[in-house]
Design a protein around this ligand. Structure first.
Ligand SMILES: Cc1cc2nc3c(=O)[nH]c(=O)nc-3n(C[C@H](O)[C@H](O)[C@H](O)COP(=O)(O)O)c2cc1C
Length: 318
């Protein structure tokens, strides 16, 4: 089984990616949080830092683009090709209102005709002679906007193009990130997709993984997001490894924290980022309510560091 680290905006930037890769290797691909390309293919400072080859040495990183404009996609993909990237992922899954109302992310799924035309234009730029050369394109998708059954039509569109792979998060835009995943429709996708399919959604434990493997014995790739934020060694455990000990988690935390402190101006943004991480990693501690509350409330690095110290000293991992 190949494990992919899901893109998570605000959390899985290059610092998190580098530290994760160095301490818990075994992820086949890390996806960047979405890059929303403009017409000139210019990157924001955040986006540039995330994709700089120097910031991704030895890591298989796949840049993800969020757009419904084929020319913007092509221009940006060409830039990424010049930087050495050979695969670009298209985000057709983001459910947030600001994105969806512009018919991007999962919002683009509401316009099957335009989606088809988008791919036709993008793929005409691929393939040896095209401006995108040998660039490969993968898709991360939801099932549809309102109803899971929209997926039948959407998959028909994907099947007209030589996608590298199709990552399916079997929820609709309306489902957001909760509610049951529609396994019957993932099953349809796994059976009828022309390109290889990757499963994504709610894999948090060995039991979740076993159930998935039992139902889909031919499945050979899984993307994990929140499960890996809670437990950065989840992919190793799923392959028979042990829970990370507290020392490894501490090192993981300290390296990310130190790196953020070097890269970010002032304590505020650093603490903001660390608190976002703790919203997930905190779930790994059995009796961490009190120090985790102190972490959430900390406004200065001293208070934050003391709370982290207390958590690691006094609390057990589950
Ligand atoms: C905070 C957060 C940010 C996310 N950002 C992105 C993103 O930039 N691009 C994307 O394709 N998916 C994004 N997602 C969705 C995840 O990649 C993933 O599809 C989703 O969390 C389901 O997988 P999981 O249950 O393993 O977490 C985000 C999810 C969360 C919780």
């Amino acid at each position: 089984m190949e494990y992919y680290f899901a893109p998570m905006e605000g959390i899985t930037g290059y610092i998190h990616r580098n530290v994760h890769h160095s301490l818990f290797p075994g992820i086949s691909k890390y996806f960047t949080a979405f890059i929303a390309p403009g017409q000139k293919g210019k990157f924001s400072a955040r986006e540039k830092n995330d994709i700089l080859p120097d910031h991704n040495r030895g890591i298989c990183t796949v840049p993800q683009l969020l757009t419904n404009n084929p020319q913007d996609f092509i221009t940006t993909a060409m830039k990424l090709g010049e930087m050495g990237y050979r695969e670009i992922n298209l985000n057709l899954g983001c459910p947030s209102r600001t994105v969806v109302t512009k018919y991007r992310g999962s919002g683009f799924l509401a316009k099957p005709g335009e989606l088809d035309a988008f791919f036709a234009e993008v793929f005409s730029a691929c393939g040896g002679e095209g401006s995108l050369g040998e660039m490969q394109i993968s898709v991360k998708t939801r099932l549809g906007v309102e109803e899971p059954e929209e997926f039948f039509r959407i998959l028909d569109i994907y099947n007209r193009y030589p996608l590298k792979e199709l990552i399916i998060h079997p929820r609709t835009q309306r489902d957001f990130y909760s509610g049951p995943v529609h396994m019957d429709l993932f099953s349809y996708g796994a059976e009828h997709s022309r390109c290889p399919v990757c499963y994504n959604g709610d894999i948090r434990t060995g039991e979740d993984m076993r159930a998935l493997e039992e139902r889909f014995p031919a499945l050979d790739r899984v993307m994990i997001g929140r499960g890996l934020l809670v437990d950065p060694a989840l992919h190793l455990q799923l392959q028979g490894g042990r829970m990370p000990d507290k020392a490894a988690l501490r090192t993981f935390h300290d390296r990310i924290y130190d790196w953020y402190r070097q890269e970010m101006p002032g304590a505020r943004p650093v603490l903001f980022k660390m608190k976002e991480l703790w919203a997930y990693m905190g779930q790994l501690f059995e009796d961490g309510r009190r120090p985790l509350k102190k972490i959430r409330k900390a406004e200065r690095t001293e208070a934050y560091e003391a709370a982290v110290e207390e958590l690691f000293r006094e609390c057990h991992t589950v």
